[in-house]
Every structure is written in structure tokens, then in C-alpha cells.
Design a protein around this ligand. Structure first.
Ligand code: PLP
Length: 472
């Protein structure tokens, strides 16, 4: 009975919408805030409050339900509504191509080209020398051919789209021969067998999970075979008793039976990473040299550009793909195209590209440089007021990410932090919801930040976030 009275009196204390609105308009905080946002925030706060009271939650404390308290809640809600949902974060995970955090960062040149194109008209589909309609792909087509030795090139929205478009064009209604070891799932429900089914191609799987031989492919060829497909198993690795057929040999087989050969390279790199003592990742140039008819790869994985799907290969096939009506539905946007062109231009000088393209720079960062950055950050954190933060530099490994180089462990330097009075989960949550959010990880019961993926300008944000945590 007493409870009910309490509830009733609490509910009665919720002020009217009009009253709060009127108070809000007198506060400078709400200046310039659209009325729709303010009203929505007030209603959200009231709804939550009513629910809390009816469901008998312990909060709010009855004495708290004052106009000022309600207004503070509204301020928080308005602030959230006015902050863009999609925003920058500090990537302290050490995963360079982090699909959840936006994969690749663009180079300075790409960003400036993109800004120029965004605010001005462009020759997107206009041939300036001939004064008539031109092709959207011409901005990058010659460049891609120059860099890779391919006969012809085109680009679409992403690599998933590229694979689908190629299968639909080259093999709809026909069978596609592929090794059982390459029927991969990329994540986000992109599975080779499902994509193939949607494209109208008929899956003809050969060999076994760990071993597939030349004869397996050859035996599977029949009158209706439309394509021999190789998928680079970029996000997992089979070790031990294994065998796969080289692309060169598939090309030989394809020539013998006049069947095109396609390769989905996934991350697709233009630079041979074995130079850096890493595990060998096949390059795009190697696929072209092997004589592949069509090869596809992502723009924003190891290439380090914007989200895009790049298709290279023989002109005969690329022309067919270009004239597929689906191409329009998978069309690349002009801003992406501009950023992609700038990214590709860097590759004319591979030594410089490694320094200019952020993804490549982070992957090849000297350990000493990461260490100095980590030491400087640890020192700053240790000097924070009250001495409540204990930070130290630890050796951990970073990953390439983005489903590339799955076995690669790049030695890195991390800052491991403990804060008096806070659990590692408290720290992780506070940092993740800071402004801008700082995404780290928990390892050995400690909040850990891998400095490989942290930009210099991020360091002050990390310090500010910790200062906020100490006030909390
Ligand atoms: C990542 C990947 C894809 C999909 O590429 P997106 O650019 O993410 O669409 C397709 N195939 C392979 C082998 C991949 O690694």
C-alpha cells in the first residue's frame, strides 16, 4: 500500500512537457536545438522515468525527481541526439584493417581529392577531350592496368559485389568448379556457396577440405562448366597435410577446355609483404602474370583505399561484365572513385606508398617507434593526479585484420593500465563511451591499448579520457 502511494506521488512529480519546454528555452544550452529534438528528448526521458517508477526500480531516488533533475536528463538526451551516430573513434586494438572500425584510413592526398570532388562538379562521366559522355571507370582503369599488367579493369561498390557480378555474368546457369577447401565464409553472411546460388551459378565442389588435386578439377569438367574458380582463403589457414592447385595450373586446364578461370583474392595486395619477413600473401600482379581471366579484390583491405571491389582481367570478359545491367546496381560512388584513384597513384612508387598509405604504414611501423609512443603515453598516465593510474608498457602482438594474413602476429608495444578503484571492465566501458570513444581490449585482467593503430593526435584524447575516468 505504502509502495503504491509512493509511486503515485512520484508519478505526480513528473512535470508537464510544456513546463519543461518553457524552462529549457530559457537555458543557453538549448539554443539552436531543433524543437523536434527537444520534444523527442523530453518524451524519452518522461517515458523512461514513468517505466522506472511503475516497474519499481530503485532509481530514481524520490527526492531526485525535481525539475532540475529532469532537465539534466533531457540535456544528456539532447546531447546524444545532436552527436553524429557515425563518428571517429580511437583504434587501440592493434588490428590494422578492423572491419568494425572502418577498415582502412585514407591518405592525406586521397582525403584532399575527395573533399575537392565532394564540393564541386566533376568529369565523372564526361570525356573532357572529346566533349561527350565518358565512362565512370576511366578514372582508374588505365592506372589499374599500368600497376598490375592487366588488360582491362573496372570497379564496383565492394568485393562481395564484384564476386557476385562476375559469377552472374560468366557462369549464370552453368557449373562452377571450386575446391572444397575454398568454400569460405568471410563474415557478415558472405558465404561462397550462397553467393554462387544467388548468382544462378551451379556449385561443383571438388577435392577435400585439406587436399585438392589437378585431376579433381579436370574430372569435374563437363559440357556445362562455365568457370573454374579459386578463392583465396584469406581469413583462415590450413596447416599440415594439405595440397592445392596453383593458379598457373588452373589456367592451363582452363585453356585446354576453353573455360575461363577466375580468382577471388579477397584482400588483394599490390605489394609483396614477404619483403618484410611476413607470411607470403599472393599479390594481384602474380595472379595477372599467371594468366587468370578475371581477378577480384577489396579496395579497403590491404590495398588501404576506400570500400570498393576491383575487377581486373581479360578485356573480353571485363567488357561483358561492364555491360551486365547489374553493374548499375553495384555502381561505385564518385567520392569513392576519387579516393581510390589517389590511393592507386601512390603505388607508382611502392617505397613511398608504404609510408603514405596509412594501412601500409601501420602494418610496417618500426617497433622502436611504437615503443617510444607507448612509453610516452604510459609516463603521462602515471603522472596523472592522485597517482591512481598505473600504466606500463607490455609486449603483445597486433593482427593485420580484415580477413587478411590470419597467421601473422606483428610484435607490438601496448600500454596496460590499472586504475585504483576501477575494474578492468569499468575502464573498458568508460573508454568505449568516451568522446571520442577509445577502443582497447582486456588481456590478463588489464585494460590494454595497442599503440600500433593509435595516431599521434589520438594520444591527447586518450589522456583526456583517463582524466574523465578519474573524476568519475
Ligand atoms: C573480404 C573478402 C570478400 C568481400 O570483400 P568486401 O570488400 O568486404 O565486400 C570476398 N572474398 C574474400 C576472399 C574476402 O576476403
Amino acid at each position: 500500500m505504502k509502495m503504491d502511494e509512493n509511486r503515485q506521488s512520484l508519478l505526480r512529480r513528473i512535470p508537464g512537457v510544456d513546463k519543461i519546454l518553457e524552462t529549457a528555452y530559457r537555458e543557453p544550452f538549448f539554443e539552436g536545438i531543433p524543437k523536434s529534438v527537444l520534444l523527442h528528448s523530453i518524451r524519452t526521458v518522461f517515458d523512461r522515468l514513468r517505466n522506472d517508477i511503475l516497474e519499481n526500480k530503485e532509481s530514481p531516488d524520490p527526492v531526485q525527481v525535481t525539475d532540475t533533475w529532469v532537465l539534466d536528463q533531457v540535456k544528456t538526451s539532447v546531447f546524444r541526439a545532436m552527436t553524429p551516430n557515425l563518428r571517429r573513434v580511437v583504434n587501440a586494438t592493434g588490428i590494422v584493417v578492423h572491419t568494425n572500425l572502418g577498415r582502412s584510413l585514407l591518405s592525406r592526398e586521397s582525403i584532399s581529392n575527395l573533399m575537392d570532388l565532394a564540393g564541386h562538379y566533376s568529369n565523372l562521366e564526361f570525356n573532357l577531350s572529346q566533349g561527350r559522355r565518358g565512362s565512370r571507370y576511366s578514372a582508374v582503369e588505365d592506372l589499374l592496368c599500368e600497376l598490375t599488367g592487366a588488360e582491362s579493369a573496372m570497379v564496383v561498390n565492394n568485393n562481395a559485389g564484384a564476386v557476385f557480378l562476375c559469377l552472374e555474368t560468366l557462369a549464370s546457369g552453368k557449373s562452377v568448379v571450386i575446391s572444397r577447401g575454398q568454400l569460405v565464409e568471410i563474415g557478415g553472411s558472405f558465404r561462397i556457396p550462397d553467393v554462387m546460388a544467388k548468382s544462378g551459378a551451379i556449385l561443383k565442389e571438388v577435392g577435400t577440405t585439406n587436399r585438392t588435386h589437378f585431376q579433381d578439377y579436370e574430372k569435374a569438367i563437363e559440357h556445362n562448366t562455365g568457370l573454374l574458380l579459386k578463392v583465396h582463403t584469406s581469413n583462415y589457414s590450413i596447416v599440415g597435410f594439405k595440397a592445392e592447385v596453383f593458379l598457373e595450373d588452373l589456367v592451363t586446364l582452363g585453356k585446354r577446355y576453353r573455360i575461363p578461370v577466375m580468382e577471388d583474392l579477397g584482400s588483394g595486395t599490390l605489394i609483396d609483404f614477404s619483403k618484410y619477413g611476413w607470411i607470403k600473401e599472393p599479390t594481384v600482379q602474380e595472379s595477372i602474370n599467371a594468366g587468370v581471366d578475371v581477378v577480384t579484390f577489396s579496395g579497403d583491405k590491404l590495398l588501404g583505399g576506400p570500400q570498393a571491389g576491383i575487377i581486373l582481367g581479360r578485356k573480353f570478359h571485363i567488357d561483358r561484365i561492364k555491360s551486365n545491367p547489374l553493374t548499375r546496381a553495384l555502381r561505385i560512388d564518385k567520392l569513392t572513385l576519387g579516393a581510390l584513384e589517389s590511393t592507386l597513384r601512390h603505388y607508382r612508387d611502392p617505397e613511398k606508398a608504404v609510408l603514405q598509405i596509412p594501412t601500409l604504414r601501420m602494418l610496417t611501423r618500426p617497433l622502436g617507434e611504437i615503443q617510444s609512443q607507448a612509453e610516452a603515453l604510459a609516463e603521462k598516465l602515471n603522472q596523472m593526479e592522485g597517482g591512481r593510474v598505473r600504466a606500463r608498457v607490455v609486449d603483445l602482438a597486433s593482427k593485420a585484420g580484415g580477413g587478411s594474413l590470419p597467421l601473422l602476429e606483428l610484435p607490438s608495444k601496448c600500454v596496460s593500465v590499472a586504475v585504483e578503484g576501477k575494474s578492468e571492465n569499468d575502464i573498458e566501458l568508460f573508454m568505449r563511451t568516451a568522446e571520442p570513444p577509445v577502443i582497447g581490449r582486456i588481456e590478463n585482467d588489464r585494460f590494454v591499448m595497442d599503440l600500433r593503430t593509435v595516431q599521434d593526435e589520438d594520444l591527447t584524447w586518450i589522456e583526456k579520457a583517463f582524466a574523465g575516468l578519474l573524476l568519475n
